[in-house]
Design a protein around this ligand. Structure first.
Ligand code: PMP
Length: 388
């Protein structure tokens, strides 16, 4: 039977997106492809709400997006503040350290976010070149509101770099209005395209900082000097070449961005919010505990949940897989085995989440967890009816 992929990326993709990927591969300088690439860059500005931003589409994963931000904007010795609410916050520190940044890590306790006071107090201690925020940390299901942190960054003349791998096209984002300098993501999550593309949007201010850097960029592939002329050429509908673009993935990207813009970002964010809210309520109603300590810091693109006391997590996941629902285990090294994660982003529907809850209830019941059968499905339905 067909398995429903409910991990936090890669996700279930729209059939039209997968069909687009299967089109005959054209030259990367064929007129039809130049139009598709150019239009994808334009559509990115709509999704990021960044009419003034400089978009980049490069073959690679989300980690490449992080690497590009670090390689291009940070010089050895620069102070960078890393604000972390999970595994991917720390990855940003590792990447920045490779480029010789002088990093300070502010790490929230599991299930919490770093307070604005803590961030501001740290920004007061020295001149930071940049700070990094993980918008949604996929390891904990925690969302950080980038808007007030961007205001702090502005106050202390610091660039704001956002890892939006698990948020862009699923969570509220207004890059220009909020004053975010870099917002990067990857194709395989809420953008709704199979893995293989890094997508970045860079503010005018950050491009200026990049232009004014004093030392050469110590990374060939990530260097925007190579990619900026390519992005400009595609937007001007002119042929160009640096590294061969992932032609089929970009055809799929345009298809998905069109679907996203047709739904509209406001409606899309609302849909993610109502599903996530109903899903969390459903889980709580069958005596499960959500990893984020409060509802206000729980992401709308995925949910991290503790296994109930005494339940064998691996056995639960296997039972769910037998029920044709694929979920993800934990990712935070210290507590990996104690929780699981469910992705609900992109073209996810209420049907998908009801399928997850059904399979979850059967698995938990068989493993001896005590709750009222059907309760989570009922709770989910009631919550969805409330928001409709
Ligand atoms: N940041 C976040 C928040 C992520 O969720 C991920 C992927 N799970 C990454 C960065 C890294 O992306 P990739 O696996 O595509 O390199």
């Amino acid at each position: 039977a067909r398995k429903l992929l409910m991990i936090p990326g890669p996700i279930e993709f729209e059939p039209a997106v997968l069909q687009a990927m299967g089109m005959a591969t054209t030259s990367h300088v064929a007129p039809n492809f130049i139009e598709i690439f150019g239009n994808s860059l334009e559509l990115m500005r709509e999704v990021w709400k960044s009419p003034k931003g400089q978009p980049f589409i490069v073959a690679g994963t989300g980690t490449l997006g992080m690497d590009m931000a670090a390689a291009n904007l940070i010089e050895a010795g620069d102070n960078v503040l890393v604000i972390s609410s999970g595994y991917f916050g720390k990855r940003f520190k590792d990447i920045l350290d490779r480029y010789g940044a002088n990093t300070t890590l502010l790490e929230a306790p599991v299930g919490e976010v770093v307070s604005h006071d803590t961030i501001e107090n740290e920004l007061k201690t020295k001149q930071y070149k940049a700070l990094t925020i993980t918008h949604v940390d996929t390891s904990t299901g925690i969302i950080v509101d980038p808007k007030p942190i961007a205001l702090l960054a502005k106050k202390y003349n610091t660039l704001s770099i956002v890892d939006g791998v698990c948020s862009v096209a699923g969570e509220a984002l207004h890059q220009d209005e909020w004053g975010l300098d870099v917002v990067l993501t990857a194709s395989q999550k809420a953008i709704g395209v199979p893995p293989g593309l890094a997508l970045l949007m860079v503010s005018e201010k950050a491009m200026q900082v990049w232009k004014n850097r004093k030392t050469p960029i110590p990374n060939y592939y990530s260097d925007w000097t190579n990619w900026l002329p390519i992005m400009r050429a595609y937007e001007e509908r002119k042929p160009s070449y640096f590294g061969t673009p992932a032609v089929n993935l970009i055809v799929a990207l345009q298809t998905s961005l069109k679907i996203i813009c047709t739904e509209g970002m406001e409606q899309r964010v609302k849909r993610h919010q109502s599903f996530a809210t109903a899903f969390r309520a459903a889980l709580v109603s069958i005596n499960l505990t959500i990893l984020p300590k409060t509802d206000t810091i729980a992401a709308n693109t995925l949910t991290a949940v503790y296994y109930p006391e005494g339940i064998d997590g691996a056995a639960m996941n296997t039972k769910m897989s037998v029920s044709n629902v694929i979920i993800a285990g934990g990712l935070l090294p210290d507590i990996k085995a104690s929780y699981f994660r469910i992705g609900h982003m992109g073209s996810v529907s209420a049907n998908d989440l009801l399928a997850v809850l059904g399979a979850l209830e059967r698995a938990l019941s068989e493993l001896g967890h005590s709750f009222e059968i059907g309760k989570s499905l009922q709770t989910f339905q009631m919550e969805i009816l409330k928001t409709n």
